[in-house]
Design a protein. Structure first.
Lengths: 126, 126
């Protein structure tokens, strides 16, 4: 049984969840090669829709995502990847999770505290 | 600060997570109207890419998703919706979560037990 890469221009949605805390850390997208590299290497690898190329999360920052478990959904067009996040945070803006803003009174409010300084890790680059 | 509906044909990705157990239950997609209805009604509403229309999860089955909290990510093109799932299961195939298959030895294996009979709820329709 294969994943369905056809429904969304060759991509599936990949939800990244901390395997211990259960916190959802980020959402990325994988084409078939990115999925294959994720499985084979044991580190989450995505396809960047904006840069139109593969990227292993953490290839620059060192903040890699070590795969613990991969599940797929009933439609086989999304995967849930449980990971051990290497390093202090997944988000390039300096937070543990990319989901650091909550909707409150119809406004997005930052509710987390940064876990590292992205300027040091990324040198000011996103 | 608005969500970015432009990056993916008017849609954002919505990850649905049980607010108590932390289990990821499903992934859906929302256009701006679906997101607005989700916020205003308090029940998760999606845009079906295959049927090309809005659908409130549970409008047929009664298995609605009561919103507890909504977060967005750094790119503002995905939301994480923590919910209380009404009913025995979110997946139309009879499982608590749509992510009921795990990758084992490069094969997808069903690892969950059904929590209800979808033929009773959905009358054989998906």
């Amino acid at each position: 049984m294969e994943l369905d890469f056809q429904k969304s221009d060759g991509l599936i949605t990949a939800v990244i969840q901390d395997y211990q805390s259960g916190r959802v850390l980020m959402v990325g997208y994988m084409n078939e090669e990115a999925f294959r590299r994720t499985v084979d290497s044991g580190f989450a690898t995505f396809y960047s829709r904006s840069r139109k190329k593969l990227w292993m999360k953490g290839e620059g920052s060192g903040h890699r995502l070590a795969v613990k478990e991969i599940a797929t959904d009933c439609d086989r067009d999304a995967v849930l990847v449980k990971v051990e996040a290497i390093g202090p945070g997944v988000c390039h803006e300096g937070y543990e999770s990319c989901f650091f803003r909550l909707l409150e009174d119809d406004k997005w409010k930052v509710v987390d505290t940064p876990t590292y300084d992205p300027a040091v890790i990324y040198g000011g680059r996103a």
